[in-house]
Design a protein around this ligand. Structure first.
Ligand code: 16G
Length: 252
């Protein structure tokens, strides 16, 4: 059966089984569970689903919204709704100070970013303290949704002192590459990782269900002089990352 026949009202509609949007949501979930709708498959346009199922577009929209909330479907601006893709899990070493672009390139994955914020701002008290900023200084912020191989992987919100990154718009792909050009690439970092449940906004950006498991990572990076140059708060998808560290017996 193809998706068109699968959605055709006469093949599944039953007036007695609860709200219509729930019926449609369940039908699409059935399609996913049975393997008819594979990861990354597009859903037909809302208008077409409405015609096939003989439901109103409002009902169709409500069913799709529920599927997005549950993480089964992702909406891509301008191109429609898709079954959530299977994400490739990546193993990330905790002992090397690398950048996202380098990590993904090493795995043969192309990386890309969707900009959430990029500019010069008044610092928050936390930024003033962490970056040791003067009270009247500004801060450069770059916030991105980071994708690898087309899949959303992490949200990264980086803050840097303005003299280190006077023009945040210069960062197009790799922040560390831009820092490297000015000999400002960090040589040491302190990283804190905590488990979280993703809130609705972050989950939507990462294409997973609200409440799904995630990792909150704070990285504070230093130059060889000891100066702090980066304070980055990241949210990583819990289903996409394994962090690994090599442990050695301490000399007694
Ligand atoms: C990594 C770092 C992040 C850094 C970014 C630079 C973690 C948790 N975070 O994602 O702090 O800003 O790389 O990547 O590893 P880029 O050079 O590709 O922009």
């Amino acid at each position: 059966m193809n998706i068109t026949d699968f959605l055709r009202s006469e093949n599944w509609r039953d007036e007695s089984s609860g709200p219509r949007y729930v019926q449609l949501r369940r039908r699409i979930e059935e399609g996913i569970d049975s393997g008819l709708l594979l990861p990354d498959a597009p859903l037909p346009p809302e208008r077409e689903i409405a015609a096939l199922t003989e439901l109103s577009r409002v009902t169709v929209r409500k069913a799709i919204r529920e599927l997005v909330r549950k993480g089964a479907v992702v909406q891509r601006q301008g191109s429609g709704s898709f079954i959530t893709g299977a994400v490739q899990r990546v193993e990330q070493s905790l002992s090397h100070l690398t950048s996202f672009s380098e990590d993904m390139a090493r795995r043969g994955l192309s990386s890309s970013s969707t900009w959430l914020e990029r500019g010069i701002f008044l610092p928050s008290p936390e930024e003033v303290v962490t970056l040791a900023l003067a009270a009247d200084s500004s801060v450069a912020r770059i916030s991105r949704l980071r994708q690898a191989g087309g899949q959303p992987m992490a949200l990264e919100r980086a803050s840097l002192p303005l003299d280190v990154l006077p023009n945040p718009t210069l960062v197009n792909s790799s922040l560390y590459e831009v820092l490297d050009q000015d000999d400002n690439r960090p040589v040491r970092a302190h990283q804190k990782i905590s488990a979280i449940n993703l809130d609705e906004d972050d989950a939507r950006l990462l294409g997973v269900a609200a409440g799904a498991a995630g990792l909150k990572i704070e990285r504070i990076s230093y130059l060889s002089s000891g100066r702090v140059i980066e304070f980055t708060r990241s949210i990583y998808r819990g289903d996409a990352y394994d962090f690994v560290a090599e442990l050695r017996l301490s000399p007694s």
